[in-house]
Design a protein around this ligand. Structure first.
Ligand SMILES: Cc1ncc(COP(=O)(O)O)c(C=O)c1O
Length: 383
């Protein structure tokens, strides 16, 4: 079955008890057991819940994995992966990663005795040089946040494999519509389901999808032992969102590409970071690795500094000033003061996340309305 068909039908059979086309939401914490010491498929909702299971089944199919695990948030999903490591191990992560991941790695994982090394995953030689014998986990994002850097997932997978490390990809920006990292050699693909999977800014969730049954079992053990599972209501909303994932993402990509073209030719804008632009350093890899579109996230820099960017993001009306992304509503933010504020300033600047950078998440509004909104905000900064 094609992607769109699986997004609607896999994991979502009609309810056998009632024939309901949409399976019910199982708002229950516990399940009656057949007898003392006897276990049916579900016994307690931390260990498993039918509504969560339905979502996990859909996700495993869309990413081409053997199993999926749904978490309370994207950060809970990444945290679970880091729990596979032991003191003395090393994690090598791409330098263009979400601020919350940076904070988790530096403020929680590192103090627990795990060595954390960031290196540019777009520069394969430099990335490989950061990997040593202790390295157990290699972690990247593509497109990267907020610079939209494109990493060659298959090449990074090859490097990790040669060094005997597990390779994980945070594919939140790409979604399984555009990129399926497990097919390119990754061992784990991770999503903040809060973003495109849910798609309507109304839930918080995360997901891991894996290729290998033994790894699935280890992660399932950690998830069940530590407890950051997705609730049934969120799982239901996420499953509903996924039914339109392909349509939403492809349309949002079209609008983002149109906005990128307009921003590129605008004299008020210093540079535009969008993988669909021919002069983007990752464009050729993106053409190979992303399925017919380049994502609906883009960043741009305005002339001027922190104050100018702040003024632009505070002057839009349709683009809501908010962190997060991937929903039907367009959002705008200033990474330096918002999504990446937890970065050490020197580190942030060294990674190219300048004070004047603005990141937008393009939603499903009419592209002309979105352009008019950006246009007036870019003018407001000069007033
Ligand atoms: C790329 C990326 N990864 C992970 C996360 C964390 O996900 P959550 O906010 O669902 O914990 C985010 C959140 O913005 C993100 O953008």
């Amino acid at each position: 079955m094609h992607f769109r068909t699986r997004a609607i039908h896999v994991g979502n059979p009609p309810d056998p008890a009632t024939g309901a086309v949409v399976p019910p939401v199982h708002l229950t914490s516990t399940f009656v057991q057949p007898g003392a010491g006897q276990w049916a498929e579900f016994d307690y909702s931390r260990s498993g819940n039918p509504t969560r299971k339905a979502l996990e089944t859909t996700l495993a199919s869309l990413e081409g994995g053997c199993g999926a695990l749904a978490f309370a948030s994207g950060m809970a999903a990444i945290h679970c992966v880091t729990m596979l490591l032991r003191p003395g191990d090393r994690i090598v992560a791409g330098s263009d990663i979400y601020g919350g991941t940076y904070r988790l790695l530096h403020k929680i994982v590192r103090p627990n005795g795990i060595d954390v090394q960031l290196a540019p995953s777009t520069d394969l030689a430099a990335f490989e040089a950061a990997i040593d014998r202790r390295t157990r986990l290699v972690w990247i994002e593509s497109p990267g946040n907020p610079l939209m850097s494109i990493s060659d997932i298959a090449a990074c997978a090859d490097i990790a494999r040669r060094h005997g490390a597990l390779f994980g990809v945070d594919s939140t920006f790409a979604t399984p519509v555009l990129t399926r990292p497990l097919e390119l050699g990754a061992g784990i693909v991770m999503h903040s389901a809060t973003k495109y999977l849910g798609g309507h800014s109304d839930l918080l969730g995360g997901a891991l999808v894996v290729k290998d049954r033994e790894l699935y079992d280890r992660l399932y053990f950690l998830q069940n032992a530590t407890g950051a599972v997705m609730g049934p209501l969120e799982a239901f909303l996420c499953s509903r969102g996924i039914k339109t994932l392909d349509l939403r993402v492809r349309e949002q990509c079209r609008s983002a590409a149109a906005l990128a073209d307009r921003l590129v030719s605008d004299p008020r804008v210093r540079r535009v970071l969008y993988p669909g632009l021919r002069d983007h350093p990752g464009h050729e890899i993106a053409v190979r690795q992303m399925d017919g579109a380049f994502g609906a996230m883009l960043s741009f820099e305005v002339d001027g500094d922190f104050a100018a960017a702040k003024k632009v993001v505070e002057s839009t009306h349709l683009f809501r000033l908010a962190v997060s992304l991937g929903a039907v509503e367009s959002l705008i933010e200033q990474p330096a003061s918002m999504s990446h504020a937890s970065y050490d300033r020197a580190d942030r600047l060294a990674h190219g996340i300048t004070d004047g950078l603005i990141r937008i998440s393009v939603g499903l509004e009419a592209p002309d309305d979105l352009w008019q909104d950006l246009d007036q905000a870019l003018t407001a900064v000069r007033a």
